[in-house]
Design a protein around this ligand. Structure first.
Ligand SMILES: *Cc1c(COP(=O)(O)O)cnc(C)c1O
Length: 351
């Protein structure tokens, strides 16, 4: 492996595959869509997608069209890519050409998708989104019949393939999620009455997928849990482990402290100083200060330049998980990972 020169995020592909297998087992017979927004939650988009596809994943949720189009090259034609952010016309065209499935949550967007498909003489693969209460994009109950009819007309005219229907849950309380689910089922019933087949349905993200099997559609969209990021204030998850460790080298010893080459510019929140421990060759040691490109850690017996310090990971060196660090400063594990700077190298290992 050689001596560590710069901070790196080590992504353990063996663990990643194990997490995916655990999730796939749990959701069977639903298909597991791996969500890779925000550079695969900071783990590195392309490497994660390639590892997932080689582990058998056939649905990837990319959020934006450019990421999905970029992945089309990497993953080949067999894998379904889903992009759900409302996009500009040129991106819609790229998505259609790249065979990217589009999540469509407004009538205006649906019209623009159809125009692009007609212009290209191709079919857009569309998943219509139902607003089930979040009011964050999605066709309202009043708009839904018109959306379905518009999509069906375009399907007859060969500019749309209506692949599925979907929505997103608040995951704030079981009652709210139950109400959203009922709303989703009503919309599906209505679509089928209007003559739509709706082959695919999806509603749940990590927490509801794991805890509420009765809410799953035939696809589940899972981000955080695939990477082993548990919910803040949520339970530990049997069979899921953090797949990434953030590691940085000791570059000097000053008195009682080891100086480590990583800092706020790399994405380490300065508010962590004094609140958490980090992993060292001698186990957990307090993080005493966070500067721009250095942190300071209480030294351990025999500490020396070149030693590796682990800011978060699976706990093997006494470090916490990203979520546990996040809880110390009132945020979520995803934020600790996604704020890592691009200058932090992502390196895949097999454990
Ligand atoms: C982010 C996101 C997900 C995945 O959420 P996790 O809680 O990370 O699993 C699923 N669906 C949509 C629409 C999202 O934006």
């Amino acid at each position: 492996m050689g001596v560590l020169i710069r901070p790196e995020l080590r992504v353990d592909d063996t663990r990643f595959r194990a997490n995916l297998a655990t999730l796939q087992d749990r959701v069977d017979p639903a298909a597991l869509m791996l969500v890779v927004k925000d550079d695969a939650y900071g783990h590195g988009l392309r490497g994660i997608a390639e590892a997932a596809v080689s582990a058998g994943i056939r649905w990837i949720g990319a959020y934006d069209v450019p990421s999905a189009v970029l992945l089309r090259e990497a993953v080949g034609p067999e894998v379904s890519l889903f992009a759900w952010v409302t996009s500009a016309d040129d991106e819609i065209a790229e998505a259609i050409i790249g065979g990217v499935d589009l999540g469509v949550g407004t009538l205006e967007y649906l019209d623009r998708v159809i125009v692009q498909a007609e212009r290209l003489g191709a079919r857009a693969r569309v998943h219509l989104k139902v607003d089930t209460g979040l009011h964050r994009n999605g066709l309202s109950a009043a708009e839904w019949p018109r959306g379905v009819e518009t999509a069906l007309r375009a399907q007859r005219e060969s500019s749309v393939e209506l692949v599925g229907a979907w929505s997103h849950l608040a995951e704030a309380s079981d009652e709210e999620d139950d109400a959203a689910h009922a709303c989703f089922l009503a919309a599906l019933g209505e679509a089928r009455e209007l003559g739509a087949e709706v082959p695919r349905t999806h509603l749940t993200a990590s927490a509801a997928t794991w805890l509420r099997p009765e809410l799953r559609g035939d696809i589940v969209r899972v981000g955080a849990f695939c990477y082993g990021i548990r919910s803040a204030d949520g339970p530990e998850l049997p069979g899921l482990v953090p797949i990434a460790s953030l590691v940085a080298p000791v570059v000097g010893i000053e008195g009682e402290e080891a100086v480590v080459s990583i800092g706020a510019l790399d994405g380490v929140p300065s508010t962590l100083a004094g609140r958490v421990g980090v992993g060292t060759p001698a186990g957990a040691r307090p993080l005493t200060a966070v500067g721009l490109d250095r942190i300071r850690v209480r030294a351990w017996p025999g500490a020396q330049e070149g030693d590796e310090v682990v800011l978060f990971g699976d706990g093997a060196h006494g470090e916490s998980s990203a979520t546990t660090l996040a809880e110390a400063i009132g945020t979520v594990g995803e934020e600790i990972l996604t704020r890592l700077a691009s200058r932090v190298r992502r390196r895949h290992i097999t454990g």
